[in-house]
Design a protein around this ligand. Sequence first.
Ligand code: SDX
Length: 433
Amino acid sequence: MEEKRVATLDLGNGKKPTEFPVMSGSAGPDVIDIRTLHAKTGMFTYDPGFVSTASCRSNITFIDGDKGMLLYRGYPIEQLAEQCDFMEVCYLLMNAELPTANQKVLFDKTIHGHSMVHEQLARFYTGFRRDAHPMAVMVGVVGALSAFYHEAMDISDASHRELSAFRLIAKLPTITAMAYKYNIGQPFVYPHNDLSYAANFMHMMFSTPAEEYRPNLILAKALDRILILHADHEQNASTSTVRLAGSSGANPFACISAGIACLWGPAHGGANEACLSMLEEIGDESRINQYIKRAKDKNDDFRMMGFGHRVYKNFDPRAKLMRETCHEVLGEMGLEDDPLFKLALKLEKIALEDEYFISKKLYPNVDFYSGIVQRALGIPVSMFTAIFAMARTAGWIAQWSEMISDPEYKLGRPRQLYNGASVRRVTPIELRK
Ligand code: SDX
C-alpha cells in the first residue's frame, strides 16, 4: 500500500504545523491538496495568474513545457497532425479514444448533419457594422445559439451535453465563414456536406454564387492540420474561462462565447493576428535588431508577438509543425520566396541566438507561424483568431463536458488579498469636502 504523502505547513505562529495531502497524477507535477487550507488556517493562497495552481483534474491534454511535449489523450501532437484529421481529433478529445473507421464515418455524418444554422440566426449579423471585428461577431452569434436549443440544454443530461458538442463543433465553421462573408459584403454560403470539415470551411469562406469553386485539397489538408494544432491546450486562459463560466451551470453556448471573448486578447489567441501585424511593421530583415532591442527594453511595453509561453520553456511543438506547414503551403502556392516568411525565419534565428531570449526561455509559440500560413491560404488577418476559436471549440467543449461530469466540480469562486479601505462611515454629501 503506497504511503500517503503530506506537505507540512508551519505558519511560524507557535501553533502545530498543518498537514495537507500530496497527490500525484499519471504525469506532470504532484499537487498539494489545499482545499482545507482556509478551514484549517483561516488563510488563502496567493497566486495571481494561477502560475502555481492546478484548478482541476483532467484526462484530456498534457503539456510538458520543459520537454516541449503536447499530448491529446496521450497521443503526441506530432503523430496526430501526421496521421489523423481534425474530425478524428474532435472524436478523441470528446471520447478519450480515437475512432474506428466505422465510428469515424458515423461521426463525420453526425457533424455534417448539424453544419447548417437556423435561418433566424443569420439575421443577427445584420445588426453588426460591416467592419465589425469577426471576434465581436463570433462572441455575439455563438452566445445567441443559446436561444435556439432550449429543448436540449439540461447540462446534467449526458445526451444533451453530447448534442450541444456536436452542434458547436459543426456550426462554428459556418458561423465563422458567415462573419467573413458579412464583413466583405458577399452572400452567406451554405455548407456542402460532401466536403471534409476543412474543405467545407474553405468552400463557405471563398466560394461565391457567381462561379464554380473547388477547394484545393492540399491547402484544405494544411488548414485541417492547423485546426488539429489549435484544438486543445490544457487549462489555458480561455479554457479556464469556459470552465469557470460552466461551473455556474451556464449553458454550453454561453460558455463557449465566454471562451471566444477571452481568446481574443493579444496575450492569448489574438497573438497570431498581432504577430503578422508585427512582421509587417518590421518589414525588412535590416530592422529586426531594433525590434529585438525593443523586446528587451523594460521601459518599452513592446513584446515579440508569437514568442514566449506560460508553460513551454522549450520549443512549442506546434510551432515546429506550423513551420513545416508553412513550407508546404507556400510551396503549393508558389510563394517559397514570400518575404514575410523569410523575415519570420530570420527573426526566429536571431531571437533564438539572443541571450535575453535564451535566458528567459522564449521560443516561438503556436502563433508565430500560423498567421503566415493562414495569410498564404487567403485568410485575412482579422479572421486568424476566429479560426483559432473555431478549432479550440473542440477542446473547450470537451473540457466543459469533463468538468460537468466530474463529481468533484463546484462553482468556481476564488478569494483575494484585500488591500482596500478599512470600514468607515458615509459622510452626507453636503458635508463632504
Ligand atoms: C497562446 O496558455 C496557453 O496554452 C496559450 C496557448 C493556447 O494554445 O491556448 O498556447 C495560445 O496564447 C500562445 C501565447 C501567444 N501570446 C504571444 O505570443 C504574446 C507574446 N508573449 C507574451 O505576452 C508572453 O510570453 C506570454 C503572455 C505568452 C506568457 O507570459 P508569462 O508566462 O506571463 O511570462 P511573463 O510575462 O512573466 O514573461 C517572463 C519574462 C518577462 O520578463 P521579466 O519580467 O522576467 O524581466 O519574459 C519576458 C517578460 O517581459 N517576455 C517577453 C515575451 N514574453 C515574455 N519579452 C519579450 N517578448 C515576449 N514575447
